[in-house]
Write a protein that binds this ligand. Structure first.
Ligand code: BEZ
Ligand code: FE
Length: 301
């Protein structure tokens, strides 16, 4: 006979799960159970609090739709998505550009544009800027014809997706770098915005007195055959939320400032110069990080 109590339950549960044939599932579930039990012991979790947690997670699930992934938002706002990205960056074969969250607004079918074209498809009152630089390998050599996808919110913080019609997203483009790996793009200055605050994650953020802000940023997905994709974003210096991004996407190496630049291919515009570094791919793993699974399913990836 055995006694189940607050100490013995962990080993007893792990023992029963030890039959798992898949070694990675066995490792992940054993660690999850150990840490969950340790968490419950540390806070001396009560049945009412456990039930409240179940209610919260149920509401998170019920808020998900084909266009909204509240679980990803929960992961983002707890720093888990950012941690998974950092672990992924560490596994790369060489030095690459720091990754940042893909976010829920990525769409696979961005319009194909020529270098120098604007990603702004609709009339906009935003301040025009240029983005330019190179896509290079870990040794600084240009990667010819690298794929550069760019998307961002407008000058009011909207991605134009509020009507749930992805085809009307006006600020995105898919470019290919030139034979030396150079790219240049016209766009407008984006504005920061709040993560969706009308669901259970918003309720939690309010309970924590967190404003839910994301600083102004421009998203990039950069890739080339034989290289690990980089999913990242550039953040605008001076944004009031730069130090308090709700989803922990900002690192110093990703903070930029548009300036007059005679060396820009579009010198008439305030320009941001940024070189992206791709590490060589490992074992055919694409390295896409931070994706919103609802969008992956929707786009058939
Ligand atoms: C975004 O950058 O678009 C984003 C990322 C995480 C949560 C919400 C929005
Ligand atoms: Fe974004």
């Amino acid at each position: 006979m055995r006694t189940i109590n607050d100490v013995t339950i962990t080993e007893i549960a792990l023992d029963q799960m030890s039959s798992t044939p898949n070694p990675r599932l066995k490792q992940v579930m054993a660690a999850a159970v150990k840490h969950l039990h340790a968490f419950a012991r540390e806070v001396d979790l009560t049945p009412e609090e456990w039930l409240e947690g179940i209610r919260f997670l149920t509401a998170v699930g019920q808020t998900c739709t084909p266009y909204r992934q509240e679980f990803v938002l929960l992961s983002d706002t707890m720093g888990l998505s950012s941690l998974v990205n950092s672990l992924h960056d560490k596994r790369a074969t060489g030095e690459g550009t720091q990754s940042s969250l893909l976010g829920p607004f990525y769409r696979q079918d961005a319009p194909k544009l020529e270098l120098g074209q604007s990603i702004v498809a609709a009339k906009s009152a935003g301040q025009e800027i240029a983005l330019y630089g190179r896509v290079v390998d870990s040794d600084g050599r240009g990667i010819p014809h690298a794929s550069v996808e760019v998307w961002q919110p407008d000058e009011t913080g909207n991605y134009d997706l509020q009507n749930h019609d992805p085809s009307v997203m006006d600020l995105r483009g898919h470019f290919h770098a030139d034979p030396e790996g150079r790219y240049h793009v016209r766009t407008i200055l984006p504005c920061g915005y709040k993560v969706p605050m009308d669901g259970p994650v918003g309720d939690l953020l309010r309970a924590q007195e967190r404003p839910g802000a994301r600083p102004a940023h421009i998203h990039f997905l950069i890739g080339a055959p034989g290289y690990s994709e980089v999913v990242t974003a550039l953040y605008l210096a001076g944004d009031p939320s730069i130090e308090s991004d709700t989803v922990f996407g900002v690192s110093d190496s990703l903070v930029v400032e548009p300036k007059r630049d005679p060396g820009s291919p579009l010198p008439e515009l305030p320009s941001i110069r940024y070189d992206f570094t791709l590490a060589a791919a490992k074992d055919g793993f694409s390295g896409r990080v931070g994706a919103d699974p609802s969008q992956i399913t929707k786009n058939g990836r």
